[in-house]
Design a binder for this molecule. Structure first.
Ligand SMILES: *[C@@H]1O[C@H](CO)[C@@H](O)[C@H](O)[C@H]1NC(C)=O
Ligand SMILES: *[C@@H]1O[C@H](CO)[C@@H](O)[C@H](O)[C@H]1NC(C)=O
Ligand SMILES: *[C@@H]1O[C@H](CO)[C@@H](O)[C@H](O)[C@H]1NC(C)=O
Ligand SMILES: *[C@@H]1O[C@H](CO)[C@@H](O)[C@H](O)[C@H]1NC(C)=O
Ligand SMILES: *[C@@H]1O[C@H](CO)[C@@H](O)[C@H](O)[C@H]1NC(C)=O
Ligand SMILES: *[C@@H]1O[C@H](CO)[C@@H](O)[C@H](O)[C@H]1NC(C)=O
Length: 456
């Protein structure tokens, strides 16, 4: 994932927009049709930002934020799964195949600067497609094989030479972030291995899931007593120190992986892990003060969430719905939190006279933010709350009706397996530049608000 990029969000400057009386997306939590209608509007809003199916454009391509394509397509996969609406299926199939590279989501146009987490998210989207029986594309890579391709290229990068294992954040030494190991890259590999293990029954994936989990627990990234999940740790210090920023997606990525492991093995240690991580997630990110509506607590209070961070709530609510199905004893804990959050999210979609969604769901009104990311997260939570219709079901496996075809040797034919490609160099300055842009933007934005307040 690239460093923060704030520039695509803009605060409202149109006075006409403020004066207009805007309706939020009204949902009745007991009326599934009202929820589906709201989700269809947020999904439509997210696709207004997608140009990949237009003449002369590249399917699934998001210049400067390649990983976000996987977040968009994942939200549309959930949308189809929970509502049955096929409107966007053709775009999802086309985009997810186009960006597949040599069957492992290392497409040459982007592979020189993408990180393990970026690739991991596309792998998770493909795995989800397999588990919900999103139709494989004729003459294209199967969804399952794409997840296997990501797994194969990532385990080839396992770095035993430093800190006894783990994936680095970045793949290439010239990138800022190569010197650290972070939670999300490792949590996504753990999750992918767990999901592949449950889907295929192949023990190699089970062994890798155990290995990534155990290594994570041997570092500050995953504390298996307090269930604290730290964001990153430095290789130079032997992975002893932690950057302890609390992001919901780090927790969610380990949590849902543990839920797959429990579902498959029925081992008490996995149940303990699920309950421990879920407890922290619900207490921290669904605060009682906000009526249990989800909040990305590190960046929302000051409204400084960047594009990546705005997507986290959507990712986590999507995973929580799967946890509720995989570990049925958690269902009654999770559902009310999803319901409160879906209501808050729908109420936030009252911007610009066209149901534009905001960032802070707990305010239950639009907070002035506009972007594809806001639309995606709202679609995720509105779709996920429809999990009530799937009770007793859950993600499929090859022995319970999943039909995506397997290729255990997928991926790795693009020379990227161990980071040996010779891509065009991108200097750390590019990333620093992106960070600086964000600071300038936040400054401008604060100034704009001050101006509006003084003017009012
Ligand atoms: C709402 O209008 C704004 C400004 O024209 C536009 O950028 C945005 O895509 C629209 N969103 C939706 C959900 O229609
Ligand atoms: C692209 O997809 C959008 C959303 O499904 C659709 O409205 C539009 O007509 C499509 N454009 C083309 C050129 O197919
Ligand atoms: C890579 O870039 C070329 C040239 O712009 C384009 O034709 C191709 O579709 C792109 N591929 C991907 C996977 O984005
Ligand atoms: C917790 O992690 C530590 C360090 O890896 C390990 O020694 C211990 O066995 C783990 N405990 C459980 C219950 O898994
Ligand atoms: C595993 O998940 C399925 C849903 O896919 C569920 O019906 C089953 O009860 C779960 N098994 C366990 C042990 O929790
Ligand atoms: C299990 O997965 C491993 C790793 O991808 C692969 O080498 C092996 O062939 C697979 N075994 C079966 C029976 O598919």
């Amino acid at each position: 994932m690239r460093m923060p990029h704030g520039g695509l969000h803009w605060a409202v400057v149109s006075l006409a927009g403020i004066a207009r009386v805007v309706q939020s997306l009204s949902i009745d939590i007991n009326d599934l049709e009202s929820i589906k209608n709201a989700a269809s509007q947020t999904a439509y809003g997210s696709m207004l930002w997608y140009k990949g199916n237009e003449t002369g454009q590249i399917p699934g391509a998001f210049p400067d934020k390649w990983w976000e394509g996987s977040a968009l397509f994942l939200s549309l996969l959930y949308y189809w799964h929970y509502t049955g609406d096929t409107t966007y299926n053709a775009e999802v199939s086309q985009g997810m195949i186009w960006q597949a590279g040599s069957g492992d989501y290392m497409p040459a146009n982007y592979s020189s600067y993408l990180g393990n987490d970026d690739q991991g998210f596309w792998g998770i989207a493909a795995m989800t497609a397999a588990e919900i029986n999103f139709p494989d594309v004729a003459n294209g890579y199967s969804w399952l094989s794409l997840a296997q391709g990501v797994f194969n290229t990532q385990v080839a990068r396992w770095d035993s030479a430093n800190c006894g294992g783990g994936l680095r954040w970045q793949i290439f030494p010239y990138q800022a972030g190569y010197a650290m190991k972070n939670a999300i890259s490792n949590a996504l590999l753990f999750q992918l291995a767990a999901r592949l293990a449950r889907y295929t029954g192949n023990q190699t994936y089970t062994q890798w899931a155990d290995k990534v989990w155990d290594w994570s627990a041997s570092t500050p990234l995953l504390n298996n007593k307090t269930w604290n999940v730290a964001d990153s740790t430095d290789i130079q210090g032997g992975c002893k120190a932690q950057g302890n920023n609390q992001w919901s997606y780090n927790y969610g990525a380990y949590l849902v992986g543990a839920a797959y492991m429990y579902n498959m093995t029925e081992k008490g240690t996995w149940k303990t892990a699920v309950d421990g991580l879920l407890g922290v997630v619900l207490n921290t990110f669904f605060p009682q003060d906000f009526n249990y509506i989800m909040s990305e607590v590190l960046c929302e209070p000051n409204e400084v969430c960047n594009n990546n961070e705005i997507l986290f709530k959507g990712l986590v609510t999507g995973w929580l719905a799967f946890v509720a199905l995989l570990v049925p004893s958690t269902y009654d804990q999770i559902l009310p939190k999803l319901q409160a959050s879906a209501q808050g999210a729908a109420a936030s979609c009252s911007g610009m006279g066209n149901n534009t969604c905001g960032v802070r769901w707990h305010e239950s009104k639009w907070d002035g933010w506009v972007g594809m990311e806001e639309q995606i997260s709202a679609t995720d939570v509105l779709s996920s709350v429809l999990v009530t219709q799937k009770k007793g079901g859950g993600p499929l496996t090859s022995s319970t009706g999943g039909t995506s075809s397997s290729d255990p040797n997928a991926g790795g034919n693009d020379g990227s397996a161990s980071g040996k490609t010779k891509p065009k160099p991108i200097t750390t300055g590019d990333k620093a530049g992106a960070g600086i842009l964000t600071i300038v933007f936040v400054g401008l934005w604060a100034g704009l608000i001050a101006f509006m307040l003084i003017g009012a």
